[in-house]
Write a protein that binds this ligand. Structure first.
Ligand SMILES: Cc1cc2nc3c(=O)[nH]c(=O)nc-3n(C[C@H](O)[C@H](O)[C@H](O)COP(=O)(O)O)c2cc1C
Length: 170
């Protein structure tokens, strides 16, 4: 699939089949996470891959009961690593580490699309409770919970802003 097609085909998917993700697909998703750009190539990010049903249930409870998270065979919790501040101080911690994590997530979602998998960036959750459940160290900040699996729905594309609203030539 060419990149332009994957960009437009990717949708936020909120219903999944229970079918597991093949191991070679999972490896491609991991590669997509690893190969994203990052500030100073410090790769200030970490990803927890959750497959355990009990852990997923806990994630649903602290993600405002967004129950579709439990439907997905794989749930990735993406975290920004604040240790980047050793090199880039507050801007590194408050911005670059979050950018590093976000670009990995977009890579992941596009790769998932190419593999025929659906995903959704879930940003509403209780950050402290996620850290507690997954025993995430203090220097990591959970940015997104991303359920991934084969699609059980094909939603229409939500509208986008008009080009004139978002793009300005100078
Ligand atoms: C930072 C961020 C947080 C989001 N949080 C949620 C969320 O908590 N729950 C959810 O169902 N979708 C969430 N989304 C997905 C958006 O609702 C979705 O991307 C948007 O409606 C556009 O639809 P599309 O992804 O199908 O193009 C989030 C997306 C982003 C980028």
């Amino acid at each position: 699939m060419d990149v332009a097609k994957a960009i437009k085909k990717r949708r936020s998917i909120r219903h999944f089949q229970s079918k597991p993700i093949p191991k070679d697909f999972e490896e491609k998703l991991i590669e997509a996470l690893l190969w994203a750009p990052s500030a100073g190539n410090l790769q200030s990010r970490k990803f927890y891959l959750v497959k355990d049903k009990t852990v997923k249930e806990k994630l649903v409870n602290l993600a405002l009961y967004q129950s579709f998270v439990l439907e997905a065979p794989l749930v990735i919790v993406a975290c920004a690593d604040s240790r980047i501040k050793r090199r880039y101080s507050q801007r590194g911690r408050n911005l670059y580490s979050i950018c590093d994590t976000a670009v990995s997530i977009e890579n992941l979602m596009l790769q998932a699309t190419e593999l025929g998998l659906g995903s959704c960036w879930v940003g509403s959750f209780d950050e402290d409770k996620i850290k507690e459940i997954l025993t995430i160290p203090d220097y990591l900040k959970p940015i997104a919970v991303i359920p991934i699996g084969f699609l059980a729905e094909k939603p229409e594309a939500p509208p986008r802003a008009k080009k004139e609203e978002v793009i300005e030539y100078k």
